[in-house]
Design a protein around this ligand. Structure first.
Ligand SMILES: [Zn+2]
Ligand SMILES: [Zn+2]
Length: 133
């Protein structure tokens, strides 16, 4: 069972499905909506993700996608496309056990902050790369 939630505890979620993949995203939208220099996402089939307590606030972060977060404490849970989403990206930092999914690649490195560097040998993509969307 994969579960997670926000910092204040008002909103909880559960994932019942297999991991598709996990990676770091350096895009401007992830940075601005979280305040963090980079985000680590774990991607699952869309239908695998369910809220089990509380309800998130929804923000349309682009013409095609939305982010869901706790309206009380601001924790951002996930990103998905609004039109026929096939998958959902879950913010690894909100999982009860964030150690269980390790990023496998970096995407949108064209937007990476110059002072932020990670010493790993993972594949790097200037755009959405392996996410393919
Ligand atoms: Zn909260
Ligand atoms: Zn991003």
């Amino acid at each position: 069972m994969i579960e997670g939630g926000c910092h204040c505890g008002a909103v909880r979620y559960r994932i019942e499905g297999e991991l598709i993949d996990a990676g770091y995203c350096h895009c401007d939208i992830c940075r601005q909506t979280t305040g963090a220099p980079v985000l680590a996402w774990a991607t699952f089939p869309f239908g695998a993700f369910h809220y089990t307590q509380g309800a998130p606030t929804v923000y349309h972060s682009s013409d095609w996608g939305q982010r869901e977060f706790c309206g009380g404490c601001g924790t951002q849970f996930c990103y998905h496309e609004r039109k026929d989403p096939e998958s959902i990206d879950v913010n690894i930092g909100t999982l009860d056990d964030p150690e269980q999914f390790e990023p496998e690649y970096h995407i949108f490195v064209a937007e990476q902050l110059e002072w932020f560097d990670v010493d790993d040998d993972l594949p790097r993509y200037d755009d959405s790369g392996r996410d393919g969307d």
